[in-house]
Write a protein that binds this ligand. Structure first.
Ligand SMILES: *Cc1c(COP(=O)(O)O)cnc(C)c1O
Length: 238
């Protein structure tokens, strides 16, 4: 067994245990493997271990991997059915790349960016699946719409023809203990529920990473984004 395969098994077991403790169905939580800074060989290894959904922060780097993996899969003669999620900040000059190469974008926090993504989504592809990133605790220098802005943003995205609004994504500050972390995640869950009370039919609450996925699942997360616990420690970016 490769290291990545063993890591994936371990993370899946953590998710299952957390679901069990929370009285939730294990199938209610999707594992997104965050492959930023790792090369396409690592992604392929994860694909071969049954992983389907991958997250990338840096758009240029992500697109290179999307294309390289498509080539590898095509030359191996099968369709891996892999799904790519953009989870990093999207600047205006990168929306075209995101619209063309990703199935999901979880980091939409402005109407202007959403409009560009909708306008630029190629006609031959299904609508781009969208989560709104919310800055739930007002953390400094962080991306995300404020909880107040989210309602207007949701209404705008909901109306865009080439976007499909699926849910919320958040990255709260680290808390000192499990209960504190769970309470921070619960704030996003409350916001998620109040959007659904308005009829948006959201099904994706993306929260929880390598160090705090248990607390996120206890608070109702439906998608955990896990990097280091799957791929190992990231080489420093310079
Ligand atoms: C890097 C990153 C992750 C994964 O973090 P780990 O601590 O490596 O699990 C998840 N979400 C976002 C938005 C990230 O940038």
């Amino acid at each position: 067994m490769t290291t990545i395969e063993a890591n994936l098994q371990h993370v899946r077991a953590r998710i299952a245990a957390a679901c069990d403790r929370a009285g939730r169905d294990v199938n209610a939580v999707t594992l997104l493997a965050v492959s930023k800074t790792f090369d396409v060989d690592a992604v392929l290894e994860a694909v071969q271990a049954g992983q389907k959904a991958f997250g990338e922060n840096y758009i240029q780097e992500g697109v290179e991997k999307v294309l390289a993996l498509e080539d590898m899969v095509r030359s191996a003669g099968h369709d891996a059915g892999v799904e790519w999620h953009c989870i990093g900040p999207v600047q205006s000059n990168k929306t075209r790349l995101v619209a063309a190469h990703f199935q999901w974008v979880q980091s939409v926090d402005r109407i202007k960016i959403a409009q560009r993504l909708s306008d630029q989504r190629p006609e031959n592809l299904p609508p781009l699946q969208v989560c709104l990133q919310v800055n739930i605790d007002g953390g400094n220098n962080k991306s995300g719409a404020s909880p107040n802005e989210v309602f207007e943003l949701a209404e705008a995205v909901h109306a865009m023809p080439r976007l499909s609004l699926r849910g919320l994504m958040s990255i709260p500050e680290p808390a000192p203990d499990f209960e504190g972390q769970r309470n921070l995640f619960l704030r996003t869950k409350v916001l998620f529920d109040s959007l659904n009370d308005r009829g948006y039919g959201l099904d994706t609450l993306s929260m929880g990473m390598s160090d705090d996925l248990e607390a996120a699942i206890a608070a109702g997360s439906t998608m955990v984004r896990v990097g280091r616990a799957v791929f190992g420690h990231r080489p420093r970016k310079n």
